[in-house]
Ligand binder design. Structure first.
Ligand code: SF4
Length: 347
């Protein structure tokens, strides 16, 4: 009798050569793209290779414009390294800390603000994780641990389970959050074993990084449903990107699709000043105009918070359009979703 094995997953494309063989890059760009490849890692998962939408491909396919570095761009735009008390941990805000459990991702996004550090293989060493646990015990103000990029769900359920078991022994940690692209870019990794590991006493929240409705394939939908059934609250974060999603209609489609998958749109990030990403960036005023257009036409639970990570590690702040201004006579002028002004007087 023949044993039934699941079909082998097609290979990811991890080089310019592989992308060219697939006809996804222009032969004329070959030399420039090889220069890009030496600076920034290349990897497109098979699931994302299969999505032809330009707004999806632009996120993963290298572009010669990545060689254009601008003076305002930074190697560490949000200041991860400036707030690193022990290897593998960033502690920027009092009540939460970011854990870099791995530098590996299933895709390497061309706009990533950690593009200079992601791509290494291997996980945080056991001795380093011991130091993280010791720091968390000594720092009870930290109530939330955020697993983030590389992609934490690229780790095996066994490894994640072991890390979560240890975090559960730190009594002051009340919450764990995962920032991940895996349910979208490699949905097959969201197995029952993973769902079981995340379904535990310590509340685990998941923030899905997704930028375009076409990323939400049927397989991604099944992965999100599995997480949802395991009791994992699902939020999303989206990076506002020229050439991908910088139009109100495109974002509306994404946020409505997320709600259908029981995912609450949480953050819309203004793009960071990562090196070689100028072609993705738009102005804050353009971002505010998009958010203002969404205000009148999309349900409140579909509205994310538009935020800017202040370069240099100074924190994240809302930068959405303002609806309130003083009228100069002790009252307020309030702008409604259609742009009309109304007077409002406090008590
Ligand atoms: S850390 Fe996230 S945004 Fe950056 S390359 Fe990895 S998956 Fe993409």
């Amino acid at each position: 009798m023949t044993a039934h094995r699941p079909p082998a997953r097609p290979a990811a494309a991890t080089s310019i050569q592989a992308l060219q063989d697939l006809g996804l890059t222009a032969p004329a760009d070959r030399a420039a793209l090889e220069a890009v490849e030496t600076a920034f890692r290349v990897r497109v998962s098979p699931e994302m290779l299969a999505v032809a939408a330009p707004g999806v491909q632009a996120q993963f396919l290298p572009d010669p414009r990545e060689l254009q570095l601008r003076p305002e761009e930074l190697a560490d735009p949000i200041g991860d390294d400036a707030h690193r008390p022990v290897p593998g941990l960033t502690h920027r805000y009092p009540d939460r800390a970011i854990l870099h459990a791995t530098q590996t991702c299933e895709v390497y996004c061309r706009f990533c603000f950690r593009r200079e550090t992601v791509g290494e293989t291997g996980t945080l060493a056991e001795a380093e994780f011991d130091r993280v646990i010791a720091y968390l015990r000594e720092t009870p103000a930290v109530r939330e641990v955020i697993f983030t990029g590389g992609d934490p769900l690229s780790l095996s359920p066994r490894r994640l389970g072991a890390m979560l078991d240890r975090l559960e022994t730190v009594e002051t940690v009340e919450l764990v959050r995962f920032h991940t692209r895996v349910p979208v870019v490699a949905p097959g990794k969201v197995t029952e074993a993973l769902a079981e590991v995340l379904d535990r006493r310590l509340p685990v929240w998941l923030v899905l990084h997704v930028n375009h409705a076409e990323e939400l394939t049927p397989a991604a939908g099944a992965a999100l449903r599995r997480l949802n059934r395991a009791g994992v609250p699902l939020l999303s974060q989206t990076v506002l990107l020229k050439g991908v999603n910088a139009e109100a209609g495109v974002l509306e489609d994404l946020f409505r699709a997320l709600l259908r998958h029981r995912v609450k749109p949480y953050y819309l990030h203004h793009p960071d000043l990562a090196k070689g990403t100028g072609h993705f960036r738009l102005t804050l005023a353009e971002g505010q105009a998009i958010m203002a257009a969404l205000r009148g036409r999309l349900t409140g639970i579909g509205q994310p918070l538009y935020v800017l990570d202040i370069p240099g590690g100074h924190g994240k702040v809302p930068v959405g359009p303002g609806y309130l201004q003083p009228d100069g006579a002790g009252a307020w002028l309030v702008t409604d979703p259609q742009g009309r002004l109304h007077s409002y007087r406090d008590l």
